[in-house]
Design a protein around this ligand. Structure first.
Ligand code: HPA
Length: 272
């Protein structure tokens, strides 16, 4: 099916099921999973029940869309995202963001786990993403452009909305949260970096590196959405660092930062 038609069909299917459409979208990446427990859920739909939607390979659950109230705002959240390294193409990875936009979402919150190259960072730190460097082998906007979705050559000068960053800083200062700022380098994965690669990413201006987020943020910007992104620093890399990052270590560090990330997002929504 043509992409535009697929987006519209999926959005109509969801709208029919949930009725009320959201203005805020959240991609529950690593470190934000627990946020679902803060949402007063009014509706949920499994990915596998949405015709034309990719099905997630995340262990344990198929992935689902959740609708409900958080911080006094009506939100839609993705539990389980699609990673490029899983074998999805860039259009599949970003389809949910297209659907969110079609449903009326104007502001997108994203989170991820990332390896830190900035020498000030510690494991468990929370980093507001101020900008990114796209090192994926393909841009999700490659191919035919639909003017209905956005311009052929979208600007990326404020990919991460400055007002939302300022709001996060204000919330963090008031609640004594140590909040770092930095540039996120997006790589295809699934390998973690070699020490030389961590060093290279630091030299080109990166503070943290991960395997997600960049595709979704490009598509959100294409659609004119405001984006707020946050990384939990789960491991550190560089030429003098010999620690071997493991999936388990990443999950553990992310769990630790989870309460901070969740209360930050909830409080930001309350004040929007
Ligand atoms: N590299 C890439 N992705 C990651 C890392 C990392 O060090 N940590 C968590 N996700």
């Amino acid at each position: 099916m043509e992409m535009l038609e697929n987006i519209r069909t999926i959005a109509a299917f969801i709208k029919e099921k949930v009725g009320k459409t959201p203005e805020y979208g959240i991609i529950l990446g690593t470190g934000l999973g627990d946020l679902v427990n803060h949402i007063e859920i009014t509706a949920e739909i499994d990915y596998k029940d949405i015709p034309g939607f990719p099905v997630s390979t995340v262990e344990g659950h198929s992935g689902r869309l959740i609708f409900g109230n958080l911080g006094g705002k009506y939100v839609m959240a993705m539990q389980g995202r699609f990673h490029y390294y899983e074998g999805y193409d860039m259009k599949q990875v970003t389809l949910p963001v297209r659907v969110m936009k079609q449903l009326g979402v104007e502001t997108l919150f994203v989170s991820n786990a990332a390896g830190g190259m900035n020498k000030e960072f510690r494991v468990g730190d929370v980093m507001i993403i101020t900008d990114h460097i796209n090192l994926f082998p393909e841009n999700p906007l490659r191919g035919r452009n639909y003017e209905e979705l956005g311009p052929r050559f979208p600007a990326m000068t404020e990919a991460y909305n400055h007002d939302l960053i300022a709001l996060a800083d204000k919330v963090a200062a008031e609640s004594d949260i140590r909040l770092m700022h930095g540039v996120y380098v997006g790589t295809p994965g699934p390998t973690f970096e070699t020490p030389a690669e961590y060093e290279y990413f630091r030299i080109i201006g990166g503070d943290a590196v991960g395997m997600s987020t960049v595709p979704e943020v490009i598509v959100a910007n294409h659609g004119g959405m405001k984006v707020f992104g946050v990384s939990v620093i789960t491991d550190l890399g560089g030429k003098d660092i010999t620690d071997v990052p493991t999936h388990e270590e990443v999950q553990k560090a992310a769990m630790k930062a989870q309460p901070v990330m969740c209360s930050l997002i909830e409080e930001m929504l309350r004040r929007l």
